[in-house]
Design a protein around this ligand. Structure first.
Ligand code: ADP
Ligand code: MG
Ligand code: ZN
Length: 557
């Protein structure tokens, strides 16, 4: 089987063997069975439709969401001597006419278009009258509302397409498909087969960094990796600008990219990055789709992204050449507020918002799990290839002594119960702490027996623990902007003492900030002792340790 196709692989593309999933996908397509291929970024999805396109008569139409993506693909096909073209808004009206005439004459083996093109009667008319080899949906997750990059135009053209009687077979390709997305694509495009190679990319190491000053982390990372190419994703345009200013003033060869720049500026930045004139790119998530730069050695997220799908896709731009590469996420608790704010401000329908909140919660859990980060992501995508832990992510590498937190967990869970399972993380932490916040009194929470039950810890620590319990599924959240904490079966096991809760101590290297706070705390303690001696009272009469700890956090560095 596939003798001819293996020939094409060698003669046109210069490769000896197929990658996982390619052969199977190509075989299905050649039998004219609609096929969805789910393969990781860099897995070689393009060849899955390019080879059948070459081996069959007629023109292949590829629907693609981004202009830059189309141009790259067409350029690389042309450079292999394969006639290909694209039509999109970057062409002048005259150029569009020329290309359309070429398509009508059957000059091209591959034609790349944006979904909107099918709204043009003229284009559909041309397509209707030529032999087609296949229609492919690249980045097919854009079809689905469940996807992280839903494009209504992708979905709305499907019914138009189905009316064309000359489409022999549909192909869909994506790197990020959850069960819901796969189901959606399957039913919308009537897929006969799903070829899913799984998501794991063994050359990527995931790192989660918490409690560090992010700018200084990035500065020292760049100092340690001076010759390497990488992408730094900021959460907002403003953050991008300020990081760019900081780093370029230090002489780092850095480019910047975000939606607020002119098309020209963006193009220039992209080219400088791709040609390694400026090997470091600082950008918002506007950057990257369709960028095929193979030697990206690291992707740093300056802040937590809005969901795991986008995170994995963005981080996955590292290491497309298969060499070991790092994906680093710098997390700070205020990122959660920012993402909630962005969802709240968006124009989405309520139902869509709920879904975004649910996906955000999974992202928050990723930032609090003490388990293997790689496994966490793969589980999220329901990639159930058997595996224990990856042995290379920061949670696998840096895990140290375990601390038994069962008693504390029981206190937290019983507090949730006593609060009537009606409140979120923030309020629960306040009650555990015994905070003086007026709201507690209003809600009648001050009289609870669990009020102040963990007052020796800071609200911050308690918040971190609650998030940890959620991440480990020992506690549930009800979706929404202020997710309400609910007990689940695992919580009951913990409360009954049937299940131990263990936390890895200090999975995070101690930061300058933490050291500083510790120093401050110790000197406050000395001061307290001095005062207590002078007044001849026990120290705790003046301030508790917890209060001193709290105080030490309020001093600026
Ligand atoms: P994807 O769309 O899945 O992210 P691409 O189709 O852009 O990936 O392919 C990624 C890279 O892998 C490209 O440089 C491509 O030429 C290369 N590639 C694809 N198939 C093979 C193969 N069978 N052997 C070697 N390299 C391949
Ligand atoms: Mg691709
Ligand atoms: Zn791991």
């Amino acid at each position: 089987m596939l003798v001819k196709e293996e020939e094409i692989l060698k003669t046109y593309f210069g490769y000896e063997t197929f990658r996982p999933g390619q052969k199977e996908t190509i075989e299905h397509i050649l039998k004219l069975e609609n096929t969805l291929a789910v393969m990781p970024t860099g897995g070689g999805k393009s060849l899955c439709y390019q080879i059948p396109g070459l081996s069959r008569n007629g023109t292949a139409i590829i629907i693609s969401p981004l202009i830059s993506l189309m141009k790259d693909q067409v350029d690389s096909l042309n450079s292999l001597g394969i006639p290909a073209a694209y039509i999109n808004s970057s062409l002048t009206a005259a150029e569009q006419q020329d290309t359309l005439a070429g398509i009508a004459a059957g000059e091209y083996k591959f034609v790349y278009v944006a979904p909107e093109r099918f709204e043009s009667g003229r284009f559909v008319q041309v397509i209707r009258n030529i032999p087609l080899s296949l229609v492919a949906f690249d980045e097919a997750h854009c079809i689905s509302q469940w996807g992280h990059d839903f494009r209504p135009s992708y979905r709305s053209i499907i019914s138009n397409l189905k009316q064309l009687s000359n489409i022999p077979v549909f192909v869909a390709l994506t790197a990020t498909a959850t069960e819901e997305v796969i189901g959606d694509i399957q039913s919308l495009l009537r897929m006969d087969h799903v070829v899913n190679t799984g998501f794991e990319r063994e050359n990527l190491s995931f790192h989660l960094i918490k409690g560090r000053d992010r700018s200084s982390y990035i500065r020292s990372f760049l100092e340690e990796h001076p010759e390497e190419s990488g992408i730094i994703y900021a959460a907002t345009r403003k953050q991008t600008d300020s990081l760019y200013a900081q780093l370029s003033s230090r002489g780092v060869p850095v480019a910047k990219y975000h939606g607020g720049l002119s098309e020209e500026e963006r193009k220039e930045a992209q080219t400088a990055f791709i040609h390694d004139e400026k090997p470091v790119m600082i950008a918002t998530n506007a950057f990257g789709m369709g960028i095929d730069k193979s030697n990206v050695r690291y992707v740093i997220h300056y802040a937590m992204p809005m969901n795991i799908e986008s995170y994995y896709q963005e981080a996955g731009r590292a290491g497309r050449d298969g060499e070991p590469s790092d994906c680093i996420l710098l997390f700070s608790p205020q990122d959660i507020q920012l993402q909630k704010f962005l969802i709240e401000q968006s124009m989405m329908e309520d139902e869509a918002k709920q879904l975004e909140y649910r996906k955000l919660q999974a992202m928050i859990n990723y930032c609090h799990t003490h388990g293997c980060l790689t496994s966490f992501i793969l589980d999220y995508f329901h990639d159930d290839a058997s595996r224990e832990t990856c042995g290379r992510c920061s949670n696998c590498v840096e895990r140290q002594e375990k601390t038994d937190l069962t008693t504390e967990a029981q206190m937290i869970l019983s507090c949730v119960k006593r609060m009537g399972e009606r409140f979120g993380v923030g309020m629960t932490a306040k009650v555990l702490k015994g905070s003086g916040d007026k709201k507690l009194k209003e809600f009648g929470l001050k009289s609870l027996t669990t009020y102040g039950i963990l007052s020796a810890y800071t609200e911050r620590e308690l918040t971190e623990w609650i998030h940890f319990l959620i991440a480990e599924q020992l506690l549930d959240t009800e979706e929404g902007r202020f997710p309400i904490l609910k007990l689940n079966r695992n919580s009951v096991d913990v409360l009954k003492g049937n299940r131990k809760v263990e936390m890895f101590t200090a999975p995070i290297p101690s930061s300058d900030e933490a050291d500083y706070q510790e120093d401050l705390f110790l000197s406050l303690r000395n001061l307290r002792k001095k005062l207590a001696d002078e007044r001849d009272v026990p120290p705790y009469v003046l301030f508790s340790d917890a209060t001193l700890k709290e105080l030490s956090r309020y001093f600026p560095i």
